[in-house]
Design a protein around this ligand. Sequence first.
Ligand SMILES: N[C@@H](CCC(=O)N[C@@H](CS)C(=O)NCC(=O)O)C(=O)O
Length: 216
Amino acid sequence: MTITITAFERSPDGGQGMARDMRVRWALEEVGQPYDVRLLSFKAMKEPAHLALHPFGQIPTYEEGDLALFESGAIVFHIAERHAGLLPDDPNARARAITWMFAALNTVESPIVDREVAEYLEGDETWYEQRLPFIDGRIRKRLGELSGRLGNADWLDGAFSAADLLMVTVLRRLEGSAILEEYPNLSGYVARGKARPAYRRAFDAQPAVFTAAPTG
Ligand SMILES: N[C@@H](CCC(=O)N[C@@H](CS)C(=O)NCC(=O)O)C(=O)O
């Protein structure tokens, strides 16, 4: 059955792969599943046809036969459950990998997204300069903890898994801020993820069209 995902018609980051369809593309490349991409304008994302697939009018979505999913984490989890290669077979190792998937999206991504929102939407506010150090402090706290746990390991818990795929895409959102470079093992971790052939294929497949709009 054909898999179809949605992505921005015009990538606000100019094709840097920061939008969350990149996670889904990468997961599909890791498990060797071909997919089609339906590109959407910002207007089309808020229209009934897309809202029927995604209640919040965002990308990415995932369609396969009768199944329609939204939320990048849920989509990556679905792909990892249906195809070998992104979750360990051992039940305990699998549960730990799933735990790290939640950690990436709930615990690490949240302050990073706060920083993006502040930059995009609050940059002109009088209190912006005072707020940024607080957000960066929350990010550094999480990165310090993550860095301590990763140590010298290649991946979060044994072999590369969907947890690493999500965590790498989350940490990538800090590219350009110089914060990530304060944690050399995390920079190396992101570089390892980006060096995977499946990542390269996914990155090269996403369109590089610039608009000034924020990714949200
Ligand atoms: N938690 C959602 C977030 C989805 C999201 O924020 N998508 C962004 C692109 S990365 C989007 O569609 N932004 C445009 C908008 O919200 O109007 C997920 O992980 O899929």
